[in-house]
Structure formats: C-alpha cells, structure tokens
Ligand binder design. Sequence first.
Ligand code: 5RP
Length: 223
Amino acid sequence: MTQDELKKAVAKAAANYVERTTPAGSIIGVGTGSTANFFIDALASLKVKYKGAVASSEATHKRLESHGIPVFDLNDVDNIPVYVDGADEIDAGLNMIKGGGGALTREKIVAAVAKTFVCICDGSKLVDTMGKFPLPVEVIPMARAHVARELVKLGGRPQERAGFVTDNGNLILDVHGLSITAPKELEAQINQITGVVTNGLFAMRPANLLLLGTAEGVTSIED
Ligand code: 5RP
C-alpha cells in the first residue's frame, strides 16, 4: 500500500468512528494536512448526521466549505465531542509533534476544546522517541532572533521556515536536533520563552485515540 492509501484508510476509519460515537447534531473539530484532507472527504459522506465543523486552518476551512460542510467560529461553539487530526510524529504515550503544515496554534486551540482527540496517521509516524521530525515553534516576528537563541540553549538547532507565514501572521522556527525524552516538560519550557505563540508538542493535551494505518490494516491505541 502507498502512504496515501494508508492515510485514506485511517481517514475512513476515523469517519466511521465519528459516525458511531458522535451524537447527531454535533460539531466536529477538523485538523489540517494531507491525512486530515482525506478525513474531510470521508466526513462529507456523513453530512446528514452532524451539524458542521470547526476548522483548524484557513486551508481546512476552504476544503470543508468546498464539500458544503458548514464551518463554525470556535467562539460560537462550546462543545466539540471529537477532534480528528494527523501528526508528524506520535509516541506510544500518544504525545505528538504537530505543525508540519504550520497550523499548530489553531490545532492546539481546537484540540483544547475537544473532548476526544483522534489522531490519524500512517505507520511511519509512530516513533519510540520524538525529535527526528524538526519541532515547529510559532513565533511573533520581532522575537525571532531572541527565541532562536533560547532554543539553542535548550539544545536545538532552530531554522526559520523560509517564506512561510502562519494563518495568525507569524513565522515558524523548525527546531532540529532534539531528542524529546520529557515531552510535557519541554512543551512547557518552550512556551515560556517570550515571543513564542506555541510549539508543536502536544503532550499536555495528547491524543486519546490513535488510528494507525499499516499494511496489515488499521490498528488503534487508546489512552
Ligand atoms: C499540520 C499538522 C499535520 O497534522 C501534520 O503535519 C501531518 O500532516 P500530514 O497528514 O500531511 O502528514 O500538524 O499543521
């Protein structure tokens, strides 16, 4: 199976999960990226059951609308039973690195509201120790150099993502060379640096359920 076929298979499994577990009339949280895009396509076929979605990025907003799925402002929604999103890396404790697509801040906000976070990944994303994938950090532009110096003190090699501006008007520093053995602590430490909006570690709010696409089929890990 190709990587895209694995992503499609987990996206379909997530849509089935939403159909099975989510009360009619719910508003679903939807992530960003290629796997999340397959999920949006699968979600479109369940249209009748749920009321609409909250998007974690402008790109996701557009894709949901292209399927005729109503998109709600998060400030008008107080209950999201499930949030479905991909990840760049995930460990057995369901901690994740996210933000390869640069949407980490809005993803973290929607995930904070959601009751259940379902992570959908192809098998290559499951790792023993996170950090091989450079950790994205969203930064207020005027703080770039300061934040970069602080990240070096934490043992990383930050690199500005060239030509990229987030949906919030900020830049991304991708931090190479980290071996993340204490994800919660590192997430908190980086968020304490003045000028950081947030970082791509999802350890304080990990996933609740991982649907993993493998050649043998979709397997799941629950918290
Ligand atoms: C976007 C993300 C994505 O979930 C992550 O980058 C995985 O993307 P893909 O499904 O394309 O592999 O965090 O900000």
